[in-house]
Design a protein around this ligand. Structure first.
Ligand SMILES: *Cc1c(COP(=O)(O)O)cnc(C)c1O
Length: 386
């Protein structure tokens, strides 16, 4: 079996874990947590970081710290992983769902601009969504597959409407725009995931990065039960969302290899892109200049006029190749069907056409070759039958 994406624990993971056990520091105090935060901040180009128990909890606490609460709306692309919407719902808020840009598969900022202009009014300094009467409290762009959203446009829009931006950069550590790193694109907070299927893992975990010191202090406070002082004094409803030293030990070992892993992901993506170029109906994952994707997953879009992504995935599975579909949009998910939303022409056509291919950072050249040959054979069979 050639798996879709497996963790690559080739560095100091075991050594650092052993150190945790020997030192008895296994919980959320310990040198690896501090070190991990410093490494993630530096690598993403931010001044500060708070390590969290997951990407989802990082998103939840960042939204909370920026004032999102019950009865609010948060602007979100529908084409994302369910966790982005869940983090909003955990605040007691609802996502306001938008279609994505067909060129990047990220939030369509023109749609956001026209919706803010046509469907909201300003009331006592608040942006009110007219039809529901709910306050629009934040914007959450998602860096789809590791590709940053159109942040220059979105930041200008957010400033105009005084809305904070929490970027769901869960799988985008290592992405860049020109010479700007991923945390330098203007979001108030940028959130990463270190789940097992991400390029860099801590077994599970997340991080919120920002240049806003007060915001980071508040987030750190909220993740540790909002405790004041040494005794059991708490000044807010807080969370138990801190990363443990055990997770951070694995995370630090992984971060030492961050460049190697991101380069491997990019090389794998480039190899698939070149091998499948010119096959009718096959479109590579988007990466328009000057955006540089972190290439979390590799694969392609198979336009349904020229083939069937689902049958191709079955064909690959029969050959022991772990290919998979990608995100089913949020507006089609039971808990979020009722949310305010735009027309979803792009998302609805796009998601059933995506095929993700094996892209572990330690995928061998031989294995990738097998995947390519099998994929080409499967496509040829399908196209002969059309
Ligand atoms: C992985 C992922 C998350 C969730 O992160 P967890 O660490 O699993 O909670 C959120 N959003 C996106 C886009 C993701 O890919």
């Amino acid at each position: 079996m050639i798996p879709l994406a497996e963790p690559n624990l080739c560095g100091n993971e075991l050594k650092y874990l052993t150190e945790c056990v020997h030192s008895n520091y296994v919980s959320s105090v310990g040198r690896f947590v501090d070190q991990f935060e410093a490494m993630v901040a530096a690598y993403s180009g931010a001044q500060f970081a708070v390590a969290t128990s997951a990407g989802t909890t990082g998103l939840h606490v960042a939204l909370t710290a920026l004032g999102v609460g019950p009865g609010d709306l948060v602007i979100l692309p529908s084409f994302t992983f369910i966790a982005s919407a869940n983090a909003i719902a955990h605040c007691g808020a609802l996502p306001w769902l938008f279609d994505v840009d067909p060129r990047t598969w990220t939030l369509d900022c023109d749609l956001v601009e026209s919706a803010l202009c046509d469907q909201t009014i300003s009331q006592a300094g608040k942006v009110i969504h007219q039809r529901s009467g709910l306050r629009v409290a934040a914007i959450m762009p998602v860096y789809t597959l590791g590709l940053p959203a159109n942040m220059d446009k979105l930041v200008a829009l957010a400033q105009r409407y005084h809305l904070p931006i929490v970027a769901d950069a869960a799988a985008a550590l290592g992405a860049e725009v020109g010479n700007r790193k991923i945390a330098q694109l203007g979001a108030d907070a940028t959130v990463f995931s270190f789940n097992g299927n991400k390029t860099i893992t801590a077994g599970g975990g997340g991080a919120v990065v920002s240049n806003n010191k007060d915001l980071i202090q508040l987030i750190r406070h909220l993740t540790t039960t909002a405790r004041v002082g040494r005794d059991y004094d708490h000044d807010r409803v807080g969370f138990n969302y801190r990363m443990t030293n055990l997770q951070a030990a694995v995370g630090c070992a992984q971060m030492e290899n961050a460049d190697v892993f991101v380069q491997a992901k990019r090389r794998i993506a480039m190899t698939y892109r070149q091998a499948l170029a010119g096959v009718t109906g096959v479109e590579p994952f988007p990466e328009p200049e000057p955006l540089k994707s972190a290439c979390w997953f590799s694969g392609f879009r198979l336009h349904m006029e020229h083939g069937n992504a689902g049958s191709l995935i079955d064909y690959l599975a029969a050959a022991s190749i772990g290919a998979r579909r990608f995100w089913k949009p949020i507006h089609l998910q039971t808990p979020y069907r009722h949310c305010p939303q735009t027309a979803m022409l792009v998302s609805e056509k796009l998601w059933p056409e995506i095929v993700t291919l094996p892209s572990s950072t330690h995928l061998t050249v031989q294995d990738q070759d097998v995947v390519i040959k099998t994929t080409l054979a499967g496509l040829k069979l399908q196209q002969a039958a059309l």
